[in-house]
Design a protein around this ligand. Structure first.
Ligand SMILES: [Zn+2]
Length: 418
């Protein structure tokens, strides 16, 4: 559930998002919410997404990095453990043809001095595919679909373990770790499409940069823990098979946050919307108002505030004033000032967000009350892209996944893999 945050860091980097800030306006005019009837229904168009698979298996397999290790000099200090009830075989990584069979049900693979060792026996191939005889394999006690690609890079002194898995299986897995338990089918369809879209965009990036994997399995990209048996998630994936959100024929950077807090993304400063115009939504989402994070607040005693700030700014020993000095049109904090006796700090909203876990977004204000500072803000996340709790409420109101995606990613098209 934290991947949104890592995803946003990656994507902000990608789009050149620099220290946005904002502020709230009193008596702000609230536009009536857009309804599904006002939106053009997304039309699907079929595209042939370019073949991304460098290792010749069937198309739309995705390569997920499960582990990356330094090559040990003499004795490996780690090992990858695989289990299969029917034994394994090793295949050529280019042709896919079988090379070696093993009836053993457990393999411990490590690497040292530039070579892999399987159950302590040296393997001559620097890279190969590992598969189970019956297709069912587990790695570190988790079941995975597809096969595993193991490769050594002598130049980097590293070895890599990559799961080659069908894109749809991958999306189904990610829904379990990135979604919310108990959410209805239609909402899971929305999440399946955004997750698939993100994966396809990463595949494109990997190909352009000649990376040997498409995504990491951690929350740096999308959390992926292998296969599971949750039927509602499988149903959502099957019902949206191959669908992704496209812009000018390419998968979009499908950013999402937990609750947008009604912030208008187009008003956010410092975000390169030129590279992702579909993220510049110019109307406020009004659907997440019932989310507990739509409004948040907490208070801190002056001494606690100083103690927190001192972790990064030890020069601040006293606090005479703490206030927000600049917000952008969207209401995001651009700059706050902490004034001591001898020093004055200028802090960005993002910096404060990183210092205080109670600050849930970049849209907030501060108020002094006695000896305490009260922080109050709106939303949970970065305010850009799909608002998860907003989309959840839209499903409750009868919206379908097509209109929800069109609402949050204006100007995009729903596309389908050919
Ligand atoms: Zn929202």
């Amino acid at each position: 559930m934290h991947n949104q945050w890592c995803l946003l860091v990656v994507v902000f980097g990608l789009l050149g998002f620099h220290e946005p800030l904002l502020g709230r306006k009193k008596n702000k005019r609230v536009d009536p919410p857009i309804t599904s009837e006002q939106l053009p229904v997304q039309q699907e168009c079929i595209v042939d997404f370019p073949e991304c698979d460098q290792i010749k298996e069937k198309a739309y397999h995705i390569r997920v990095l499960l582990s990356e290790q330094l090559l040990d000099v003499d004795k490996a200090s780690w090992c990858w453990e695989f289990k299969s009830s029917t034994g394994f075989f090793l295949a050529d990584s280019v042709t896919g043809s079988k090379r070696m069979k093993s009836a053993q049900m457990k393999l411990r693979i490590s690497a040292k001095e530039g070579f892999f060792y399987i159950n302590d026996k040296k393997v001559q191939q620097k890279e190969f595919l590992l598969k189970a005889q019956d297709g069912h394999i587990s790695f570190q006690d988790r079941a995975y679909g597809g096969s595993f690609f193991l490769t050594i890079n002598d130049k980097r002194n590293r070895c890599y373990l990559i799961n080659m898995v069908d894109l749809e299986e991958y999306v189904c897995s990610v829904l379990k770790s990135e979604g919310w338990p108990g959410w209805p089918l239609e909402m899971n369809k929305v999440l399946a499409i955004t997750s698939r879209t993100y994966a396809l965009a990463m595949m494109q990036g990997a190909r352009d940069n000649k990376r040997i994997y498409d995504l990491k399995s951690t929350n740096a990209h999308q959390t992926y823990h292998g296969a599971h048996a949750q039927q509602i998630l499988k149903k959502a994936v099957d019902a949206t098979k191959g669908l992704f959100v496209g812009y000018q024929g390419n998968p979009i950077i499908a950013m999402f946050d937990i609750c947008c807090g009604g912030v208008v993304p187009a008003h956010i400063e410092g975000f390169d919307f030129g590279r992702a115009p579909y993220l510049a939504r110019d109307y406020a989402c009004t659907y997440c108002k019932d989310c507990s994070s739509y409004h948040w607040s907490f208070s801190l005693g002056k001494s606690d505030l100083i103690a927190h700030l001192q972790k990064d700014y030890p020069q601040l020993t006293t606090l005479r004033e703490f206030k927000i000095t600049k917000k952008d049109k969207a209401g995001l904090v651009c700059e706050a000032r902490a004034k001591g006796v001898r020093t004055t700090l200028a802090l960005t909203g993002r910096k404060l967000y990183s210092l205080f876990k109670e600050i849930k977004s970049y849209c907030f204000g501060v108020q002094k009350k006695g000896n305490a500072i009260i922080f109050s803000g709106r939303g949970f996340g970065h305010h850009i892209g799909l608002c998860q709790w907003g989309a959840r409420a839209m499903v409750r109101d009868g919206w379908d996944y097509r209109n929800i995606l069109a609402y949050y990613y204006p100007g995009t098209k729903l596309m389908k893999l050919g």
